[in-house]
Design a protein around this ligand. Structure first.
Ligand SMILES: NC(=O)C1=CN([C@@H]2O[C@H](COP(=O)(O)OP(=O)(O)OC[C@H]3O[C@@H](n4cnc5c(N)ncnc54)[C@H](OP(=O)(O)O)[C@@H]3O)[C@@H](O)[C@H]2O)C=CC1
Ligand SMILES: O=C(O)C(=O)CO
Length: 318
């Protein structure tokens, strides 16, 4: 039916689904840029995990008819170039929402309860380390979700379960949006950042949101959690906020660039907990991303464009 280029591991259930529907898989693990271009030139569709897709890639992809993102963020894809060629870009909305929301909570708790330092202390025989100042209790404090989409809402629901007051800032929220019970909407970002003890980011990285969150504008003593995209937070100001003690700490799954350079001073801050852009990589989320991504490809080539998953639908004739 179609030749599908796949350059990073995708769960077997997704691959099987594609093969059962008659698609040919071109599997190659992390090819060099020249080989990626050469294979892309022969592909009808491509599955993108963390890879970028540039205008030059797209211009070299003569046969390409469909791009399937294994995940939801598409800041690394040149959507304008795809749209000009009439190529749909589909994502897997919601497939990793629970995985990321659980990870945001994991990072938050690890920072709040100094889990990494305690673990190291116990292993090193430093039992008294736990007595170095009180830890940060969540109950009764205020959390702010920036971006109240699929992941933001799943995170808000989980923060409520910790008896936190939860605010949400999302300027594009439709009036009839179904938010988890008890979430308070805020329309003034600066005021909301100054009010919250915990700030968790769940918005896309775009030209408008790059550097949107100034860590020094958060409330003194707050914790910031970023499982969205590294470019949302100014790294210099984040470091300044941590070094000065303005923030209690930060939980970071995403960086700009990825991976961060070995000299990045954030890597040496004890009040920061890090993970390697892994928030969505749970057993269930990996499976859902793979199968939904495969279904998007199958539906497109069988003449049922997955309209709810296509992000550039307005610009292309389907
Ligand atoms: N670490 C990881 O592994 C993962 C990271 N992500 C990141 O998380 C992001 C969110 O994913 P998901 O919840 O599924 O996406 P959604 O599209 O469901 O939610 C994003 C929300 O952010 C809103 N938004 C856009 N601009 C702003 C802004 N300036 N201020 C506040 N809110 C804004 C959007 O509004 P509107 O829809 O109207 O534009 C939308 O409601 C992704 O874009 C991706 O970058 C996602 C999955 C895994
Ligand atoms: O879905 C996303 O946007 C991710 O970052 C993980 O694939």
């Amino acid at each position: 039916m179609s030749r599908v280029l796949i350059t990073m591991p995708v769960a077997a259930a997704g691959l099987r689904r594609l093969e059962d529907a008659g698609h040919e898989l071109d599997l190659v693990e992390r090819p060099a840029p020249a080989e990626f271009r050469a294979r892309l030139a022969r592909a009808d569709a491509v599955i993108l995990r963390f890879q970028a897709l540039s205008r030059q890639d797209i211009e070299a992809a003569g046969k390409l008819r469909f791009v399937a993102r294994h995940g939801v963020g598409y800041d690394a894809v040149d959507v304008a170039a795809l749209t000009e060629r009439g190529i749909p870009l589909a994502i897997t909305p919601g497939a990793n929402a629970i995985g990321v929301a659980e990870h945001a909570l994991a990072l938050l708790l690890a920072v709040a309860r100094r889990v990494i330092g305690h673990d190291a202390g116990v292993r090193a025989g430093q039992w008294q380390a736990a007595l170095r100042g009180p830890m940060f209790e969540l109950a009764g404090k205020t959390a702010l979700i920036v971006g109240a989409g699929r992941i933001g809402r799943a995170t808000a629901q989980r923060l409520r379960a910790f008896d936190m007051r939860v605010l949400a800032y999302d300027p594009f929220l439709p009036a009839d949006a179904a938010l988890p019970q008890g979430i308070e909407i805020r329309t003034d970002l600066a005021a909301a950042l100054a009010e919250a003890d915990v700030v968790s980011l769940h918005l896309p990285l775009t030209d408008a949101t790059r550097g949107l969150i100034d860590p020094l504008a958060l409330k003194r003593g707050a914790i910031v959690v970023n499982t969205a995209r590294g470019g949302l937070l100014d790294p210099t100001r984040l470091l300044a906020a941590l070094e000065s003690g303005h923030l209690t700490g930060a939980g970071l799954d995403v960086f700009d660039p990825e991976p961060p350079g070995a000299a990045d001073a954030l890597l040496r801050r004890p009040e920061v907990v890090l993970s390697p852009h892994a928030a969505s990589l749970t057993d269930a989320s990996i499976e859902r991303m793979a199968t939904e991504c495969a279904t998007n490809i199958i539906d497109f080539f069988e003449g049922r464009p997955p309209r709810d998953s296509i992000v550039n639908l307005a610009g292309i004739a389907l």
